[in-house]
Design a binder for this molecule. Structure first.
Ligand code: ATP
Ligand code: MG
Length: 256
C-alpha cells in the first residue's frame, strides 16, 4: 500500500514543486510506483512533468468536488516515469466550493483510497499557503516533507507550519508526522547558509534529511522542457542529489 507524503511549506518559491517532481522521478528510476498529486492551482508540478495543463478534461479539481474519480483523472508523465493527478487554474475555485461540502478536509484522502494499492509512493505538491487545499493534503498524508532554504527567516516561518501540522495531527489525522526537513538550493560557500543549516540540525536532529540539494541551474531549466531535472540531465549535481534523496526516502519508510 502506498505511503503518502505531502511536500509542504507555506512560504512561496522554496522548492516544493522541484522537490516533488524530482523525488518522484528519482523513486520511479529506483523501480517504485509513484503518483504525484498536484494540489496547486499554479499547476507547476503538472507542467514540470510534461503535462499540458490547459488541455485537461478531468483534474484534481473534479476529483475534490466529486465530479470525477481519481482513476479517471490520472495521466502518465512520460518524461518522469510516474503518474500524475494534474491541476490547473480551475483548482482555485475548489477552495471556495469545498467550504460547502461534507468532510471538506478529507476529500482528497477519500478520493485516493481506491488507488492506494496501485502505488508505493504518493507525493502531494502543496500550494504556498496553509489553505483548505493544503489541509486536504495534510489529512491524506502519512508524513510531511518540508523543503527549506537555509536563510535567516527560514526558522521563523517553520513554526506556523509546525503548529498547523500539530493541529491536524490532534484533530484530523493522528497518523501525520514531519518526516523531515530537506535543505534545498544550498550554497555551501555562504557562511550564513552553513550556520542556519547547523542550527536546523541542532534544533531538529534526525528530522533533518542527510541529503542536501545544492543550488543547480539544471534543476531550474528542466521544467521549461516539461521534464524533472533528474531525467533532463542525469549527470548534473542537482539530479544526483535528488537521486540520493530518493534512496534516503526508501530507507526511511522501512523504519516507519
Ligand atoms: P511555489 O510556492 O510558488 O509553489 P515552490 O515552493 O514550489 O514555489 P519551486 O517552484 O520548486 O518552488 O522553485 C522556485 C524556483 O526556484 C523555480 O524557478 C525553480 O526552478 C528554482 N529552484 C528550485 N530548486 C532549485 C535548485 N536546487 N537550484 C536552482 N534552482 C532551483
Ligand atoms: Mg510549487
Amino acid at each position: 500500500m502506498a505511503k503518502i507524503f505531502c511536500v509542504a511549506n507555506q512560504k512561496g518559491g522554496v522548492g516544493k514543486t522541484t522537490t516533488t517532481v524530482n523525488l518522484a522521478a528519482s523513486l520511479a528510476a529506483q523501480k517504485q510506483r509513484v503518483l504525484v498529486v498536484d494540489l496547486d492551482p499554479q499547476g507547476n508540478a503538472s507542467m514540470g512533468s510534461g503535462i499540458d495543463k490547459m488541455g485537461l478534461k478531468q483534474s484534481v479539481y473534479h476529483v475534490l468536488i466529486g465530479m470525477s474519480d481519481a482513476l479517471a483523472a490520472i495521466v502518465k508523465s512520460e518524461s518522469g516515469g510516474y503518474d500524475v493527478l494534474p491541476a490547473n487554474r480551475e483548482l482555485a475555485g475548489a477552495e471556495v466550493e469545498l467550504v460547502e461540502l461534507d468532510l471538506r478536509e478529507e476529500r482528497l484522502k477519500n478520493a485516493l483510497a481506491p488507488v492506494l494499492n496501485d502505488y508505493d509512493f504518493i507525493l502531494i505538491d502543496c500550494p504556498p499557503a496553509l489553505s483548505l487545499l493544503t489541509l486536504n493534503g495534510l489529512c491524506a498524508a502519512n508524513g510531511v516533507i518540508v523543503p527549506m532554504q537555509c536563510e535567516y527567516f527560514a526558522l521563523e516561518g517553520l513554526s506556523d507550519l509546525v503548529n498547523t501540522i500539530k493541529q491536524v495531527h490532534a484533530n484530523l489525522n493522528p497518523d501525520l508526522t514531519i518526516i523531515g526537513l530537506l535543505r534545498v538550493m544550498f550554497d555551501p560557500r555562504t557562511t550564513l547558509q552553513q550556520q542556519v543549516s547547523d542550527q536546523l540540525v541542532d534544533h531538529f536532529g534526525d528530522k533533518v534529511f542527510n541529503t542536501i540539494i545544492p543550488r543547480n541551474v539544471r534543476l531550474a531549466e528542466a521544467p521549461s522542457y516539461g521534464m524533472p531535472g533528474v531525467t533532463f540531465d542525469k549527470a548534473s549535481r542537482g539530479a544526483q542529489s535528488y537521486m540520493q534523496f530518493g534512496t534516503e526516502m526508501i530507507q526511511r519508510i522501512k523504519t516507519m
